[in-house]
Structures are given as C-alpha cells and as structure tokens.
Write a protein that binds this ligand. Structure first.
Ligand code: AMP
Ligand code: MG
Length: 410
C-alpha cells in the first residue's frame, strides 16, 4: 500500500496548470488568475480630500485654536467629481467634500467640525499640519505596481481591485472538466420512488458539489451497474475531460469490476490501495489524456478521498498558489484507539477554548456514516504506526472547507 503523501505526490507530479482564457471580470469571480495584474494608473488618481471641510494653506492658520479661531475667505466649493480650477491664494479657503480633488495651492484639509461658516467667510478653530486629511494619488495602488498575482483566486476583494483599475476583462485558468460516474447494482436515481434493496445515489451529489467548490466543471455520467460490459460501454462514451471520477466497485468484492473495465479500455494503473482509513481501495490511473480516480463507494470514503487527492489535483490544474489543505494543531478531547498500518482520518468537530483547538470525533466513524460529515470541521490525522491517541494529546487536523461540510454544529 502506498502512503497518503506518496500517493498525492504521484498525482500532483503529473499535472500542470491548464491553458488560460479571457473572461469579463464578474465571470472571473471564484476563478484563478492566469496573469499578474499591474496597476495601469494610480488609485486614487489624484490627491483628494478624506473629509468634508475646507481646503486651506496650513501656514494661514498658524496659531489658530479652539479659543482663537482664524478667519479665511471662502472662494469656492468643490464636490467629488468636480474640480476647483483656480489657484488657492493666501487667506483663502475652498469648501471641499470627501473625494474631491485638492485645489492647487492648498496643502491641508480642515474638517468641517472645526469650522463655522458665515456668508463668504469661515472661522477655523485649529492649526493643522500640512497634509492633514489628504489622500495622496496612488496611496492605495501605485501606478506600475504589482497588485494581484498569477495563481490568486479572484474573490470579492480582488474583483474590487480589478474594477478600481477599470479592468473589464481578465485572464483566468480554464476550469478542468470532470466527469463523474456512480456505479453499483444497488443504486437508484434521486427522484425515483424507493425500491426494495436499493439505495439512492448520493455520491454523485457530494462529488458534484465538491468539484464545483474546488473550481472544476462537473459532467454527469449518471449511474452504471456492476457489469463489465455496461461499465465499458458508459466509460467509452465519456466526453472530453481532464479528470474522470468513478465511485464504487474498486475493492475486492466479486462485483468490484471498475479496475478491470478501465484497464480493458486502456487505462494505465498508477496506484491502487492507499494506507488510509477511510478510502483504502482508491485507485489512480491515466487513460489517454485523462487522469482517473476510482473512489470507493462508501459515502464518507468518497468525500474524504476527493479532499485528499482530487481537490489538490484540481487546484494544481487551476494554477493555484496553494494546492495543499490547511492544517492546525489540536488537542484530542477523547481517547481514540486504532489499528496500526493505515493513517486514520478521523472526522472531528473543533472547538476553540483559551486559544487552543480541541477536536472531538464528529459522530460515528464508519465510512458509510455520511451524517458524520455534517458536523466535521476537519480530519484528525492519526499516523500509520500509531495505536491511537489519548485524550489531552495533540494531533494535526486537516481543515475541511465550510462549503463542503457546512457550518459545523452551529
Ligand atoms: P463499493 O465501493 O462498491 O463496495 O460500495 C461500498 C458501499 O458504498 C456500499 O455499501 C454501497 O452501497 C455504497 N455506495 C456505493 N456507491 C454509492 C453511491 N453512489 N451513493 C451512496 N452509496 C454508495
Ligand atoms: Mg459496489
């Protein structure tokens, strides 16, 4: 059996980022940048006021204070979107609004709270420092500066930056197309009335959601029975895609025929059986231009092996900077025993107390217990050679995305 780390390494080693495409910025949300983005202009473009108040020359207000206001002549008004085009002279002030450009000659803004205007004169009750309340051109984004990196995901903040620079179109990595096939004689489609001895196909739904969340484009191949001829027939019709995910039929049972079907179609097996629990019988291979993940049918094994291998693979294809999951250290709240030999990935709920994370098993740990994923914030990693963990000991926990497991027990 191959270790989780070696298996993931083998997967990632054969992948590289997909080609890029240009999209309009809103369609770019959630996508991965395939280009560095430099500021084509200063943001803000010109020096402007950070306050509503008066644009003045600081030197004119030397000695002004709460008890000793000084008076200036109000020579104009400037609102955001307009400009005061004359030169501000000695003894003058311009009424100015937030975001309006600083009049030439002015070097300071006095907030309106420290002023009192009557007719065309204003009294100012403080002696400002030059530069007060002025936002400088380029202080947010400097023209020519690198603002976004290739490999960054375009979230709300990135979209805002692109918009602030006036960029309507961006280059992002193409989304990998990912075909999903559920297999098993016992499976029936959601929406049908329940039949005897059948279970509903839930894996196609969890996997589709995981693919979407990771940034892939899912393609449903429906359900196929445990019949080698049928499997070959369905698989042979798979449309162009970068990744094929199958669920079920990869262990040692009489009706576990996936490996044979794939091999008959020309798949080169790269590994089968990983020293993990859940997910041990996972297979990985290459079939023409595609990589193939044969996941076990148990619903938790399917979800967990997706997170361990397929999400990182998608991230690598998207050219993301971070491909690997996030990990934290947590104290185990319970004593958990395990057999040696495999790495256990224990679904846990995390609670933060006095600056420490505590991990409690999230429900029953059987690979078929899909409900245990509902409250799982992460997977506590108990290594191959360990016989378990004692309450109070520390372990590494791989964090699961909230978009995959929901908001925990909250
Ligand atoms: P298998 O990997 O085919 O041996 O299946 C292991 C277990 O997972 C069996 O109990 C199956 O009934 C169940 N299973 C297989 N495929 C699915 C699926 N698509 N949705 C829900 N459960 C499944
Ligand atoms: Mg089966």
């Amino acid at each position: 059996m191959i270790s989780l780390e070696a298996a993931r390494e083998k997967v990632l080693a054969r992948l590289k980022p997909l080609a890029s495409e240009e999209v309009d910025i809103l369609s770019g949300w959630g996508r991965v940048l395939a280009q560095d983005v430099y500021a084509g202009q200063n943001v803000p473009p010109v020096d402007n006021s950070a306050m509503d108040g008066y644009a003045v020359r600081a030197v004119d207000l030397k000695g002004a204070g709460p008890e000793t206001p000084l008076s200036l002549k109000v020579v104009g008004e400037v609102a955001a979107g307009t400009a005061y085009t004359a030169m501000l002279r000695e003894g003058e002030a311009v009424s100015i609004m937030t975001g309006a450009p600083i009049p030439e000659g002015a070097d300071t803004i006095v907030p309106v709270e420290y002023t009192k205007q009557a007719e065309n004169r204003v009294r100012l009750y403080l002696s400002p420092n030059p530069g007060d309340h002025i936002r400088r051109a380029g202080e947010d984004l400097r023209q020519g500066g690198l603002v976004l990196h290739k490999g960054q995901t375009v979230a709300a903040a990135q979209l805002g930056i692109l918009a602030a620079l006036g960029l309507g179109r961006i280059k992002v990595t193409k989304r990998p197309r990912i075909a999903i096939l559920a297999t098993g004689n016992e499976l029936q489609a959601v929406g049908e009335p329940p039949q005897e001895n059948r279970i509903y196909n839930s894996n196609s739904y969890t996997l589709t959601a995981q693919v979407l969340d990771a940034g892939g484009e899912p393609l449903s191949l429906g359900i196929a029975p445990d019949d080698i001829a049928k499997l070959k027939q369905v698989l042979a019709k798979t449309q162009a895609c970068q990744i094929l995910i199958t669920s079920g039929g990869v262990s040692m049972g009489k009706y576990d025929l996936m490996q044979a079907a794939l091999k008959a179609l020309g798949m080169e097996l790269i590994f089968w059986k990983i020293a993990i629990k859940p997910g041990m019988p996972t297979l990985f291979g290459r079939w023409d231009e595609k990589i193939v993940f044969g996941l076990p049918g148990n619903p938790v094994a399917s979800m967990v092996t997706f997170e361990e291998f397929i999400r990182p693979a998608i991230y690598k294809m998207l050219g993301r900077k971070q491909v690997m999951p996030d990990y934290i250290e947590a104290t185990s709240a319970e004593t958990i025993k395990k057999k040696q030999g495999r790495k256990n990935l224990v679904r846990v709920t995390l609670t933060l107390k006095d600056g420490r994370y505590y991990a409690t098993p999230a429900g029953q740990q059987g690979a078929g217990m899909l409900s245990s994923m509902l409250g799982a914030d992460g997977l506590m990693i108990l290594h191959e050679d360990s016989a378990g963990i004692t309450a109070g000991e520390t372990a590494t926990v791989q964090l699961l995305n909230k978009s995959v497991v929901g908001t925990g027990n909250a």
